[in-house]
Design a protein around this ligand. Structure first.
Ligand SMILES: Cc1ncc(C[n+]2csc(CCOP(=O)(O)OP(=O)(O)O)c2C)c(N)n1
Length: 335
């Protein structure tokens, strides 16, 4: 089996319709503004719990989820807002959930790190690093046995790729030829530890060969590269070809968690990434320079998204807390 380490070029934007392009941009803009606003609001002390922001990594979740069907499943991480939004979770339901309110997607009992929404195929953000890959092996096995052609996607960080659960899942998916794609979001850090210290061999995708599956590396800041590679891997999974590993090199704009002082980062590292490798800017440039859409269409999306995020915060703040009587509801759920 050959292991492609890098697909040749990103998808030509001209191959997507204008509606698809605007929808993809909107998803990335929603994730960005959601995160920027949560960052701001968290500082006021009104948001309870622990928050890990996804800003900077938008092209990965969006490029992958845009290839999926509504009945496919994803399993996420502690940095799960972007995955949930890209898979179609309701923005207002998510904001309310982060505020711990009864109107939230999990009735305010999950919070940032445990947002799940089975109806949209979002199996859950996951406080357990490396918890997602075994879950999507379950998705893959169910799909294979019931012949539903559904695909399971797990998102895992570079740190999480060192977990035994990740490596065991690669093996299981491979020996059983499961319709699963393992996405690695390599943002270069596991909490405060650079991947130069926590990994020998910085390219996680090279591990794929040891498990007899294709591995690909893409620029995770470029929606079109991510989407092209995700399409290859998801098509392969859906048509019975088995699992793949797709590594997306990306950047996280904020600290590991809100409140992290980030002393482990080089001065100017994030500013440089924002200026030179921003996924929304790259997307817009590729589309406008090809003459497919003018910049003012993007500005209209920006304005609409900002208004939506503003409304979501106002409504979340005004929403009721879960009642004491509802404390034990939904503890056990039968699907
Ligand atoms: C099983 C387990 N071990 C350790 C932790 C503590 N922890 C939370 S996030 C994290 C690092 C994750 O890094 P990475 O997978 O690269 O994801 P990123 O934060 O970069 O998105 C660790 C060690 C945990 N939550 N679960």
């Amino acid at each position: 089996m050959t292991t492609a380490i890098r697909p040749p070029i990103g998808l030509d934007p001209g191959l997507l319709s204008r509606d698809d392009l605007l929808r993809a941009y909107r998803t990335m803009r929603v994730i960005r503004e959601f995160e920027e606003r949560v960052h701001k609001e968290f500082a006021t002390g009104e948001i309870p719990g622990f928050v890990h922001l996804y800003a900077g990594e938008e092209a990965v979740a969006t490029g992958v989820c845009d290839v999926l069907k509504p009945n496919d499943y994803i399993a996420s991480t502690h940095r799960g807002h972007g995955h949930a939004l890209a898979k179609g979770c309701d923005v207002k339901g998510m904001m309310a959930e982060i505020y711990g309110k009864a109107t939230g997607l999990c009735h305010g009992k999950g919070g940032s790190m445990h947002i799940a929404d089975i109806d949209t195929g979002m199996l859950g953000a996951n406080g357990i690093v490396g918890g997602g890959p075994p879950l999507v092996c379950g998705v893959g096995l169910t799909s294979k046995v019931l012949k539903t052609h559904q695909v399971g996607i797990s998102f895992t960080g570079d740190g999480g790729s060192n977990q035994g659960t990740f490596l065991e899942s690669l093996n299981l998916a491979s020996v059983w030829d499961l319709p699963v794609v393992f996405i690695i979001e390599n943002n270069g850090y596991a909490e405060s530890t650079s991947n130069q210290f926590h990994q020998k061999g910085i390219d996680v995708a090279r591990r794929a060969e040891a498990f007899g599956m294709p591995g690909m590396i893409v620029n995770g800041q470029d929606y079109f590269e991510v989407r092209e590679a995700a399409q290859v891997a998801i098509d392969r999974a859906r048509s019975g070809g088995g699992p793949s590993l797709l590594e997306c090199k990306t950047v996280r704009y904020y600290g590991h968690f809100e409140g992290d002082q980030q002393k482990y980062r080089e001065p100017g590292e994030v500013e440089r990434a924002r200026a030179e490798r921003d996924p929304l800017v790259i997307f817009e440039k590729r589309v406008t320079s090809a003459g497919i859409l003018p910049a003012d269409q993007f500005r209209m999306v920006d304005a609409e998204v900002l208004a939506l995020i503003e409304e979501s915060v106002i409504e979340a703040k005004a929403a009721p807390q879960p009642t004491l009587e509802s404390l034990l509801d939904d503890v056990y759920v039968s699907y």
